[in-house]
Design a protein around this ligand. Structure first.
Ligand SMILES: [Zn+2]
Length: 142
């Protein structure tokens, strides 16, 4: 997955705990990762200390970084900067074939044609030297 560095991270300050930090660090290296249980093979996101299915400590696995829109909303008004300057924007839930559902922004998308089932790919926006935030954009059909 592409890591975009526009040099101007201006969203909320990011101070993730140790488990979430692995996710943002992987994104900084161009990888979209989820947890997979080493015992029961349950996949889960967002990350947790233990497998929600059996209680084992989960491993991390890299995904393809591609998924489909499960549902979405178009945010047209927002009272807080910097989001107020980004409207209208798409906030969606995205299902990936490896078995996890993400919530995130979809950028570079036409808000008039965005639809459930649309194929999207992850990319990440650099926060600092060690972390990046995964975002989503449409897969260009060729
Ligand atoms: Zn498990």
């Amino acid at each position: 997955m592409e890591v975009v560095d526009d040099g101007m991270w201006n969203r909320v300050p990011m101070a993730p705990g140790p488990i979430d930090r692995k996710y943002f660090e992987a994104a900084s290296q161009g990888k979209l990762i989820i947890q997979k249980c080493r015992r029961c093979e349950n996949t889960q996101f967002p990350p947790k200390m233990l497998c929600v299915s059996c209680g084992e400590e989960p491993d991390w696995v890299e995904t393809s970084g591609e998924g489909k829109i499960y549902t979405f909303t178009v945010v047209r008004r927002h009272g807080v900067e910097p989001f107020s300057t980004l409207v209208p924007f798409v906030l969606a839930m995205i299902d990936i074939p490896e078995g996890a559902r993400f919530m995130g922004n979809i950028t570079e998308i036409d808000i008039e044609t965005v639809h459930v089932g649309q194929k999207v790919e992850a990319y990440s926006l650099r926060i600092d030297e060690t972390m990046a935030l995964p975002l989503w954009r449409p897969i260009q059909s060729s």
